[in-house]
Design a binder for this molecule. Structure first.
Ligand code: AMP
Length: 126
């Protein structure tokens, strides 16, 4: 079954300029902005501008140019926010997908969390 993209999701509205955002970085195919409910001193969301629902949807169907642009943007943001693991103290990268992944917004996004110790990777489900 193919993915169906809901163009009324909140990140689609951000991409169309209908809702404001605190932009961290913008490139040809990628937008990064601050999470509205930050869970760490650094909490940036990185999204492709194209209509992809999840990470695997993006990885399977986006163009090479979009995939390269996205990943280079992630690297640039980590440098910009000082959360690389070489000169900085590292970060947690999370992408929730679908029901089991507890995805709230159905437009692929990568969370970059840093600026504090992030704890164990996965908590026991409640
Ligand atoms: P997820 O559960 O991975 O889908 O997470 C969605 C994230 O989007 C949450 O961390 C929210 O705080 C964040 N979020 C929701 N609306 C906005 C918004 N208008 N601007 C920035 N972040 C948002």
């Amino acid at each position: 079954m193919a993915y169906a993209y809901d163009d009324q999701n909140i990140f689609a509205k951000i991409l169309r300029g209908e809702i404001p955002n605190k932009t961290v970085l913008e490139t040809e195919h990628t937008l990064a902005f601050e999470d509205i409910r930050p869970q760490a001193p650094v909490h940036v969301l990185v999204i492709p501008k194209g209509p992809y629902v999840t990470y695997d949807h993006f990885a399977e169907t986006a163009s090479d140019a979009e995939i390269v642009d996205f990943n280079r943007a992630v690297a640039a943001i980590c440098r910009q926010m000082d959360v690389t693991a070489d000169v900085g103290e590292g970060a947690r990268f999370i992408s929730n997908a679908g029901e089991h992944g507890v995805q709230e917004v159905p437009h692929f996004h990568l969370h970059i969390l840093g600026g504090r110790w992030m704890g164990r990777m996965v908590a026991k489900a409640e």
